[in-house]
Design a protein around this ligand. Structure first.
Ligand code: 5RP
Length: 223
C-alpha cells in the first residue's frame, strides 16, 4: 500500500538520525521537523542539546527532555536539519510555510551542513508554485507589498505574527528563475527582514522520501 505524505515525512525524518553524531544540533520547524524531533528524542543521549529555529520547536524539544541552547551561547553546529516547502536539484529551497523563515535562516547559517528532509512532493524543477513567504516589519507592510508587486508578485497578508513580532506576506505568482538573485533583491527592500528563498546558502544534503525509499541527493538527481 502506498505510504501517505505523513508516513513519508516520518520516514525521512528518521533517516536523518544517521547524521546525528554528537554536540549541538540545529533543528528546524514544521511537521517534518517535528517527526525529526521525535526521532532525535530516542538518541538524545548522543547529543549535548539543540538550537531551535522557533518557539514551537523549542517547546517540543524541551518536552522531550532535550536541552535547548541560546544560539549566542554556542560556537556553531555541525548540522542543521529542517524541511522545506520546495527544493530543486540545485538544492535551492523555498521555506517559511510555517512562518519561521528568519530564525531558520539564522540557525542554518551557523551550521556546517544543512540537511534538508522532504517528501517527494517538495522536489520541483522551479521554485515559486508555493507562495514565497516574506517576513516584514509591520510598519513597512504597504511599501514592501508595492515593491513585491513591481517584481511581478501578488502579496497576500497572512493572518499570523512571527516569533519576532513581524508580519508575513505570502507572494503568489512569482517566476523564480534565478533564486540567488531574487533572494538578494527581495532582501534589499527596506522593511523586509528575510524572505523564504534559501539559495545563497543552499542545502548540502537532501534526504528525499519517495515511494521507493529515502534517496540521498548531494548534487542533484540530474547531475
Ligand atoms: C517552516 C518551514 C518548513 O520547513 C516548511 O514549511 C515545511 O513544512 P512541513 O515539514 O510541515 O511540510 O519552512 O517555516
Amino acid at each position: 500500500m502506498a505510504l501517505s505524505q505523513d508516513e513519508l515525512k516520518q520516514q525521512v525524518a528518521e533517516a536523518a538520525i544517521e547524521y546525528v553524531k554528537s554536540g549541538i544540533i540545529g533543528v528546524g520547524t514544521g511537521s517534518t521537523a517535528n517527526y525529526f524531533i521525535e526521532a532525535l528524542a530516542k538518541v538524545k543521549h548522543k547529543i549535548q542539546g539543540a538550537v531551535a529555529s522557533s518557539e514551537a520547536t523549542a517547546q517540543r524539544l524541551k518536552s522531550h527532555g532535550i536541552e535547548v541552547f541560546d544560539l549566542n551561547a554556542i560556537d556553531g553546529m555541525d548540522i542543521y536539519v529542517d524541511g522545506a516547502d520546495e527544493i530543486t536539484e540545485h538544492m535551492h529551497m523555498l521555506k517559511g510555510g510555517g512562518g519561521a523563515l528568519t530564525r531558520e535562516k539564522i540557525v542554518a547559517a551557523n551550521a556546517k551542513k544543512f540537511i534538508c528532509i522532504c517528501d517527494e512532493t517538495k522536489y520541483v524543477p522551479v521554485l515559486g508554485k508555493f507562495p514565497l513567504p516574506v517576513e516584514v516589519l509591520p510598519m513597512a507592510r504597504g511599501y514592501v507589498a508595492r515593491q513585491l508587486m513591481k517584481l511581478g508578485g501578488q502579496p497576500m497578508l497572512r493572518d499570523f505574527t512571527t516569533d519576532n513580532g513581524n508580519i508575513i506576506l505570502d507572494v503568489h505568482g512569482l517566476t523564480i528563475s534565478d533564486p540567488i538573485q531574487m533572494e538578494a533583491e527581495i532582501n534589499q527592500i527596506v522593511g523586509v527582514v528575510t524572505n523564504g528563498l534559501f539559495a545563497a546558502r543552499p542545502a548540502n544534503t537532501l534526504l528525499l522520501a519517495t515511494h521507493d525509499g529515502v534517496k540521498t541527493i548531494t548534487s542533484g538527481i540530474h547531475g
